[in-house]
Write a protein that binds this ligand. Structure first.
Ligand code: AMP
Length: 204
């Protein structure tokens, strides 16, 4: 039982590549009527459209490296400043290292806001690799080659996993078993968020 409810819904979903965070992020955002802010999607759309930003980041993304923090944080600040993100949002893929955590903290503090929950999707490394190899065959993503996958998983372990320590100290991390059917995993996440008193409000 919880004795408090909170109508804001500011979430972050974190997990290694192949954990299903993109798919689950979309489902959770729909359930809470909030927009998904996915830095990976923003970068891929810009690469596909050949914009100046896309040209700047294409090689970085194809190598599976991280786009510089300054550029990434600016994109997120712009996106979170749009009206639909005023009462909630789900961040997918940002922050991805400690520098970005501090950029996001500064930005949210300026708005008197903070994250309500960080959803960590946990899957064994072999499972991530198997899912990514399948996605490579199905979608032909250029950052899904074996070498790039290994680079991305290494960066996750070195740079991204430590952000869970910081958020863990704030008591906002929910670690979710990411193995199971899509519906089972969504149900686990929703249950964890509801146990925090985070409620799904009606669509605006
Ligand atoms: P994703 O779809 O989240 O796996 O992102 C795809 C790629 O976009 C990553 O491998 C990075 O090259 C880049 N990217 C996405 N989010 C970030 C971020 N927060 N910081 C730096 N680079 C990022």
């Amino acid at each position: 039982m919880t004795d408090s409810v909170n109508s804001s819904a500011r979430f972050l979903i974190v997990g290694p590549q192949g954990s299903g965070k993109g798919t689950q992020g979309v489902r959770i955002a729909a359930a809470f009527h909030i927009p998904v802010v996915s830095t990976g999607d923003v970068f891929r759309a810009n690469v596909a459209a050949g914009t100046p930003l896309g040209q700047k980041v294409q090689a970085i993304i194809e190598a599976g490296d991280l786009v510089p923090d300054e550029l990434t944080s600016e994109i997120v600040r712009d996106r979170l400043s749009q009206a639909d993100a005023a009462d909630g949002f789900l961040l997918d893929g940002y922050p991805r290292n400690l520098g970005q955590v501090s950029d996001l903290d500064d930005f949210l503090r300026g708005r008197d806001e903070s994250l309500d929950a960080v959803i960590e999707l946990r899957v064994p490394r072999e499972e991530s690799i198997a899912r990514l190899s399948l996605r490579a065959q199905e979608q032909g993503r250029t950052d899904d080659t074996e070498e790039v996958i290994a680079n991305r998983l290494g960066i996750y372990e070195r740079e991204t996993a430590p952000i869970l320590g910081v958020y863990g100290e704030r008591g906002i991390v929910d670690t979710i078993d990411g193995v199971g059917s899509l519906d089972e995993i969504t149900d686990r996440i929703v249950a964890a968020l509801e146990a925090r008193g985070l409620i799904r409000t009606a669509a605006a």
